[in-house]
Design a protein around this ligand. Structure first.
Ligand SMILES: *Cc1c(COP(=O)(O)O)cnc(C)c1O
Length: 352
């Protein structure tokens, strides 16, 4: 809320500068407001980005199956009037998503089979995925959970007890991974409560958050989030998701720095996407930008074959060749592991 000074205080140079600062801060709305004001309408998208009006029918057809959702903070990094912008392509709905294809599935990772309790996925040794919310700030068109039945997977407080009991009863679990949806779309009140419950389980050492919010809506990393996350006895790990250096502007860089200053180790995962980042220079620039902001490139994923995402897929041999070129170009610590998630395996599968 903007507080206006009295005439007297405005004459005072110190007060004037305090008021100016508070107005500046207020011009950036809170993350909750930004999340409530996502772009969801085809015409808004076309107008804001100056796209051809002819896109409208294609967008409208696609968003009936998987809605449009993009934060303004992400749209601002897209070049206006450029239908080939690499950030735009990740979020632009196209009617080609509706074509069905025999090798693409609704549940490519067979996660529904690994769902012992609603809201939990336990596939790998020592770590378990929890889903605090089905909501996400951005709908990436290649999302492998675009068909996931989240309605059955948003536990109530009472159902959380089942998930927490599952964690309590298995002493091999050392790490809880918050996934989603996007876990940072949940409120700090809910996350702080959950983190407290988890930290009360002695065999759990680490809390890992898989989130795209620090990239697409960096104001999410506010004082309140930093307060509760840095107060926990659990080691905090953040895995962000960025596909292109253009996503990591100064504002995002600041959010990443703040997390590091508060004890987070930060990794990044990227999805290899046709005509967005399947290019040596683009992947190198991304790794360099990540390291510049203190983030370690972790995984480079082959696309999960989910219905609607065929137009993003690249050929496996091309991916292997690109990865070889990356290794020949960059210091080893800048080269993410090329992986694929195969249903039924005990870890991500290294591709080479
Ligand atoms: C990817 C994934 C993890 C985490 O794997 P790491 O290799 O530890 O990053 C855990 N559980 C599930 C179900 C996953 O898909």
């Amino acid at each position: 809320m903007i507080k206006f000074g009295t005439a007297e205080s405005i004459d005072n140079p110190i007060m004037t500068s305090i008021i100016a600062t508070s107005i500046d801060n207020e011009s950036q709305s809170s993350w909750q407001q930004q999340l409530a004001n996502l772009i969801t309408d085809s015409q808004q998208l076309i107008d804001y980005l100056q796209l051809p009006q002819s896109y409208r029918a294609s967008i409208d057809a696609a968003i009936e199956a998987f809605p449009l959702r993009v934060p303004m903070a992400f749209l601002q990094r897209i070049n206006k009037g450029d239908p080939h912008d690499p950030l735009l392509k990740q979020v632009l709905p196209l009617d080609t998503e509706l074509n069905s294809h025999p090798h693409y599935s609704l549940d490519p990772l067979q996660e529904l089979n690994a769902n012992p309790v609603p809201g939990i996925i336990h596939k790998y040794h020592g770590r378990v995925l929890l889903m605090p919310t089905r909501a996400c700030a951005i709908h990436c068109r290649y999302c492998f959970r675009r068909h996931f039945p989240y309605d059955d997977n948003t536990p109530s407080r009472q159902e959380w007890q089942k998930s927490l009991n599952y964690l309590r009863e298995d002493p091999t679990i050392e790490e809880v991974i918050l996934s989603g949806g996007d876990p940072l779309a949940a409120s700090d009140r809910q996350l702080e409560w959950l983190c407290q419950q988890i930290s009360d389980i002695p065999h759990i050492k680490r809390l890992r958050i898989h989130s795209r919010l620090p990239i697409v809506l960096p104001d999410r990393i506010d004082e309140n989030f930093l307060r509760w996350s840095s107060a926990s006895r659990l080691q905090m790990i953040m895995v962000v998701h960025s596909n292109h250096a253009q996503e990591i502007d100064q504002h995002v860089g600041l959010a990443l720095n703040k997390m590091q200053q508060n004890g987070f180790i930060i990794f990044n995962q990227t999805v290899l996407l046709r005509d967005i980042n399947n290019n040596l220079n683009i992947l190198s620039a991304l790794s360099k930008r990540l390291i510049e902001t203190g983030v370690i490139p972790y995984y480079l994923h082959l696309l999960d074959k989910v219905q609607g995402a065929e137009h993003f897929d690249i050929n496996r041999d091309e991916a292997i060749e690109l990865h070889r070129q990356l290794r020949d170009t960059l210091p080893g610590y800048m080269v993410p592991r090329l992986v694929q998630e195969l249903a039924g395996e005990g870890s991500k599968t290294l591709i080479r």
